[in-house]
Design a protein around this ligand. Structure first.
Ligand SMILES: Nc1ncnc2c1ncn2[C@@H]1O[C@H](COP(=O)(O)OP(=O)(O)OP(=O)(O)O)[C@@H](O)[C@H]1O
Ligand SMILES: [Mg+2]
Length: 631
């Protein structure tokens, strides 16, 4: 049985996963609906190669290609679902969703092409074999679950999505990555893409717009790729506080602000507004961005990224030009060049010239030297003029950078440094006990602010009051949800444009742009997802007693799963009731259930209500019928 949590294939008799230890029982045959990004890779000219080569040599070629693809897929947490001859089917978003699955797939696509080009050089020398690969990627709804019989069974995604990915792959030119319009919508701005028109695909009714992924743009956050920002609402108090702390730092009393809040609440936006209003007087601006792709392996990634920007290093720069830029920066802060240039050059992967000798330190000592050097540089900058040090998304920071920050923070009060560090609540900063370290937690927008934001997005036209109310309650004051849901409603064709206003024709959808991040939060729950699905079928609010009456779990197990949901911040308690913190998370949990499962749950709930919860039914007579007829 494959573990729903980590994907490891366990022998049938296992009750717990041999890889991650999670319970397998609940996951048994847990088919579900979900949005998935599917990649299909294929070797070019494999039939000809298989014919020409001795089978043993062909096997070796094939294995090297498969190993290369697997390595890249793993790097982006893609899941190899199937090998089909020389074709490889890879899922991004299963068994674990990530908020950026489409981007991960595009990164992996480019990575695979690069790896195959590297392999080509090898195989060209050994047997005159010219390897090339085609990659197709598509995102869409699938049902994923176990298929096959007793002899052989696999977890596979069913639906049209994998077929389309395979068709796109067949359209790709050798060594290129082709994506569909929906995947393109999810990666737009993060990659340079070329529109390849709207070919008709075999077996696909509608012509599909397709794109070729060319290269990364280097953008790491949605604000960097936003073409137009919706006008800021609220946050005036927070902005005023940030500007006041900045002023204190300018006056010589360094400050750090720890800005925390859920994904999409507006941390980056607040930082951006602060950047625009910060005093014009001379100061140094240093910006570090942490990246989910470089948390484990990318030692000092945020610092490298910051230095590259600060030094304006470009791909076109020669090694000598880059070295010159490093030398000038360090010399201007009176740092000892023979010791520090090799360290910075090493960090930035710039080759040294004959003037410098790289010292071979032990790894830990080498890291320490880098920390000391970067720290000295930052402090030297702050000695000369105020420094604004911004660190975005600390929840993805690597250990080495974190250590450096730990060394910097105690020294801040005596400097003119202002640090604005942002992160999601999962990160727990170890520095809050310092009096110069302030915590600022962003709260959801107020209802009137949300309404204003919706109006700004819609433009001049009035929305029906009912739809406005629905949007406000579905988005819970989360600016990201407000933007995406309002835009999805506008673009979905579900609104009929009338003179002077809109009329809603259908229920509110979950936008494709939010789907992965909502699912990512549910996937972290492992077994508690089952309870979340059942609870979501009752509704956004539910009574413990009713849940208990319909749940197959015993009291202790149910309590512990609910505690998990509370700890993960997906639920909160209000008196006797539990409430899904975000309506959209409830919707995602509900819609990930198979239709058949949903119906089964609704029937059980209707029956429990009708027999055991007469008071509830008396106060809400339509409830039983709702569950009896829900589909
Ligand atoms: N106060 C606001 N007024 C108008 N728009 C806002 C406001 N706050 C955030 N937004 C918009 O909402 C979206 C999400 O905000 P932002 O990217 O800043 O969230 P975040 O907290 O940085 O999330 P993450 O943790 O994922 O980085 C952005 O498009 C942003 O422009
Ligand atoms: Mg952000």
């Amino acid at each position: 049985m494959r573990c729903a949590s980590c994907g490891f294939a366990n022998p049938p008799e296992f009750k717990f996963c041999g890889q991650c230890g999670k319970t397998l029982a609940i996951a048994a045959d847990a088919a579900e609906r979900r949005q998935l990004t599917v990649m299909f890779c294929d070797l070019v000219g494999s039939t000809e190669l298989a014919q020409r080569l001795d089978p043993e040599d062909w096997r070796e070629v094939l294995r090297s290609y498969q190993a290369a693809c697997e390595k890249v897929a793993q790097q982006f947490d893609g899941h190899i679902a199937q090998y089909l001859g020389d074709g490889i089917l890879i899922y991004f978003g299963y068994p674990h969703a990530h908020e950026d699955d489409a981007r991960r797939a595009a990164h992996a696509g480019l990575g695979i092409v690069q790896e195959i080009q590297r392999l080509r050089a090898h195989w060209q020398q050994h047997g005159n074999i010219r390897l090339a690969v085609r990659v197709g990627i598509h995102t869409g709804l699938v049902v994923i679950g176990e298929v096959g019989g007793v002899e052989k069974h696999e977890h596979l995604a069913l639906g049209h999505t994998p077929n389309i990915a395979a068709r796109l792959q067949s359209l790709a030119a050798p060594d290129t990555v082709v994506i569909s319009a929906i995947t393109h919508q999810l990666v737009q701005g993060y990659f340079v893409c070329e529109n390849l028109g709207t070919p008709t695909l075999k077996g696909v009714d509608q012509p599909l717009e397709i794109y070729r992924v060319q290269q990364e743009t280097g953008a790491l956050s949605r604000l960097e790729v936003a073409r137009k920002l919706t006008p800021l609402v609220g946050r005036q108090q927070e902005l005023a506080e940030l500007l006041a702390y900045w002023q204190q730092a300018i006056n010589g009393a360094g400050q750090i602000v720890l800005l925390s809040g859920e994904a999409g609440i507006g941390k980056s936006r607040l930082r951006r507004e602060f950047d625009e209003r910060r005093s014009e007087s001379a100061h140094e601006y240093l910006r570090c961005r942490c990246s989910p792709y470089h948390q484990q392996s990318g030692v000092f990634y945020p610092l490298i990224n910051m230095l590259e920007q600060h030094l304006k290093l470009t791909r076109a720069d020669s090694a000598e030009t880059k070295l010159g830029k490093i030398e000038r920066l360090l010399a201007s802060h009176n740092m000892a060049l023979p010791e520090t240039v090799p360290l910075f050059a090493g960090l930035l992967a710039v080759p040294l010239n004959a003037r410098y000798v790289a010292r071979n330190f032990r790894l830990d000592l080498h890291k320490q030297k880098i920390r000391e050097a970067v720290l000295s540089l930052v402090l030297a900058m702050a000695a000369r003029q105020p420094v604004c040090l911004v660190i975005d998304d600390l929840h993805w920071v690597d250990e080495a950078t974190l250590e450096m920050l730990g060394e910097l923070i105690p020294q801040v009060p005596a400097t003119r440094l202002f640090g604005l560090f942002s992160f999601r609540p999962a990160f727990q900063p170890p520095w809050n006990h310092f009096s110069h370290v302030r915590e600022m937690r962003l709260e959801p927008l107020r209802r009137d602010e949300t309404a204003q934001m919706i109006k700004n997005i819609v433009g001049g036209k009035a929305l029906p009051a009912e739809l406005l109310a629905q949007l406000i309650s579905k988005t819970d004051g989360m600016p990201l949800f407000v933007e995406e849901l309002t835009k999805a409603v506008l673009e979905s064709g579900r609104l009929k444009e009338q003179p002077g206003g809109y009329e809603l024709m259908d229920a509110l959808p979950i936008p494709a742009t939010l789907y992965d991040s909502l699912m990512a939060r549910l996937d972290r729950l492992a077994t508690a997802r089952e309870v979340a699905g059942l609870a979501a079928t009752i509704g956004r609010e539910f009574d413990y007693d009713l849940l208990h009456a319909v749940s197959p779990l015993d009291e202790a197990a149910l309590q512990s799963e609910l505690q998990r949901l509370l700890d993960a911040g997906l639920l909160y308690q209000e008196g006797e009731k539990y409430v899904f913190k975000h309506a959209l998370i409830r919707d995602a949990a509900y819609h990930s259930l198979l239709k058949s499962k949903r119906q089964e749950y609704h029937q059980q709930i209707a029956q429990a209500l009708a027999t055991q919860f007469l008071e509830t039914v008396a106060s809400d007579p339509g409830l039983v019928t709702y569950h009896q007829t829900a589909v």
